[in-house]
Design a protein around this ligand. Structure first.
Ligand code: FAD
Ligand code: SF4
Ligand code: SF4
Length: 479
């Protein structure tokens, strides 16, 4: 009986898959969590209380049918669990690894208060890894091929989720990316210790096996114009993400040795992939034996500090202007960083970078959190006379990202841009101001999450299908 295996949260404690010891983690870039075994996954899935109104599902951007796949896992029916979990998510093994579950599904699990949430993300990862091991994960196989083609700009999670959904419907799908590999920030932004690259490459290879055609090293706006793509394809999806690092206004910001977070992380990821990276190989972007200061309190900052630790930095300090409770990054990532030896300077803001030619310190001021503003967040106020300096050889700015300069980037002046600089779309049709050109992911929302990009990519694929179907119908009626 189903219920015999479920509702075990009172007697069974929450248990995550085992986490590698911090000393061991520091020495390599491997993922830090092991995987559940069958018994562990079934036991943890069985803690679910099968809520009538599952808040976990409501707060998952993909509205994953979590209670059902937890029940099937508890019963050992893993192929069915995979069927259900993959019906709403193109990359469940990736989301299971890197969603900030504490802010999404698990943070809203009803047993969280009192009993601690069900370990939803780890079970989702387990189900999909088991599916890969057993050969249940298959390339898209359309029932019938369609003549119409779709051009997708950007091979990140948004573009790839749309590509797979469109391919399943039989469209000829072409993904263009300016980089040499597909995957977007899943390849060049997010470090290995959160998401190993073969996990991403396994997916991009599967899409290619299903007939998605990749055009790497092709920058739209430089190598090919957006207009050319519109001529080539029945519809175009822009899923180019946001990459412009937010600037800092601070004396000394032009000194050598101060870098943007993504330059630092991309060099490290490329190195891990076996590429020659001159700016790393000559020591410029390598933290080994150096003192590192990272400025920012989001997940990108956490990725930088933890990368520096693994590169063998002598000392790693994170400076953030609010306190730990008010940082934007996931608390789980902060805990991991603390375990690995990162020092946090909470309630501190950089006042100036100091050094003669190259940076050798960051002068900071202590911060007092004042009255809450209209958004409810307390305004950081510098405390006079509280300056102190942290020595460093490299300073990394991790203050967030904005879109690159649109619409100039695509040479399309009639492409409407929102007041935040992102691409403006009609939220019902997901179409931009250009007929047949759609947009999805970070380039519409601003810097967000992989799971939201997947959601947007899937929605865009549905809208593109509707648009092309209507066009085909109109052509048939006119003939
Ligand atoms: P992207 O992943 O940015 O992909 C866009 C693609 O478009 C890129 O491959 C780019 O090369 C290509 N492109 C851009 N312009 C052009 C052009 N003109 N022509 C051709 N190609 C172009 N999210 C999580 O959920 N969990 C995490 O742990 C997490 N960690 C992160 C860590 C870091 C360091 C960063 C920077 C982000 C992190 N994110 C995380 C956020 C997440 O990676 C993004 O929200 C997500 O990748 C956005 O997907 P996307 O498809 O919209 O864009
Ligand atoms: Fe949770 Fe993310 Fe999986 Fe949704 S996709 S169930 S939010 S881990
Ligand atoms: Fe199960 Fe928690 Fe979801 Fe309820 S909210 S169905 S207990 S996972």
């Amino acid at each position: 009986m189903t219920t015999d295996r479920m509702l075990k949260f009172v007697g069974t404690e929450k248990r995550m898959p085992s986490k590698r010891d911090a000393d061991e983690r520091r020495a390599d870039f491997g993922e830090i969590y092991a995987e559940f075994d069958a018994a562990g996954a079934a036991e943890q899935a069985g803690r679910c209380s099968q809520c009538g109104v599952p808040y976990c599902q409501v707060h998952c951007p993909l509205q994953n049918n979590i209670p059902d796949w937890l029940m099937l896992t508890a019963e050992g029916r893993l192929e069915e669990a995979y069927e259900i979990s993959s019906a709403t998510n193109n990359f469940p093994e990736i989301c299971g690894r890197i969603c900030p579950q504490d802010r999404l599904c698990e943070g809203n699990c009803v047993i969280e208060k009192g009993f601690k949430s069900v370990t939803i993300g780890s079970v989702e990862k387990y189900i999909t890894e088991t599916a890969f091991e057993n050969g249940w994960v298959k390339p898209a196989k359309p029932v019938r091929e369609r003549e119409e083609s779709v051009g997708i700009i950007g091979g990140g999670p948004g573009g790839l989720a749309a590509a797979e959904q469109l391919r399943k419907r039989g469209y000829q799908v072409h993904v263009y990316d300016r980089y040499d590999r597909m995957g977007g920030l899943m390849i060049y932004g997010i470090p290995n210790f959160k998401l190993e690259k073969d996990v991403v490459e396994r997916r991009t290879a599967l899409l290619a096996d299903g007939g998605v055609q990749y055009h790497a090293n092709t920058e739209i706006g430089r190598d090919v114009t957006l207009e050319d793509l519109r001529q080539r394809h029945g519809a175009v999806l822009i899923a180019t993400g946001v990459y412009k690092a937010r600037a800092m206004q601070c004396p000394g910001v032009g000194l050598d040795g101060i870098y943007d977070a993504l330059d630092y992380l991309t060099a490290s990821n490329r190195k891990g992939l076996g590429d020659a990276v001159p700016a790393f190989d000559d020591g410029t972007l390598d933290a080994k034996g150096k003192k590192i200061v990272v400025i920012g309190g989001g997940d990108t900052a956490m990725d930088c500090v933890r990368t520096a630790i693994r590169q063998g930095a002598e000392q790693v300090t994170c400076v953030y202007r609010r306190d730990k409770a008010n940082m934007p990054g996931s608390q789980r990532e902060v805990a991991n960083a603390e375990e690995e030896g990162v020092t946090f300077e909470w309630l501190a803001a950089p006042e100036a970078f100091v050094g003669d030619g190259s940076v050798d310190g960051v002068r900071c001021q202590r911060i007092h959190l004042g009255v809450a503003d209209a958004t409810g967040r307390q305004a950081p106020q510098p405390i006079d006379g509280s300056s102190f300096t942290i020595d460093c050889d490299i300073a990394i700015k991790a203050l967030g990202f904005d879109p690159e300069d649109l619409p100039g980037l695509f040479g399309a002046q009639d492409l409407k841009v929102s007041r935040w600089g992102t691409i403006g779309i009609d939220f019902k049709s997901m179409m931009t101001s250009l007929d047949g050109v759609f947009a999805a992911g970070d380039i519409v929302r601003g810097a967000s999450l992989v799971v939201w990009a997947v959601r947007d990519g899937r929605d865009a694929a549905d809208r593109i299908h509707g648009y092309l179907d209507a066009k085909a119908e109109a052509a048939r009626s006119a003939a």
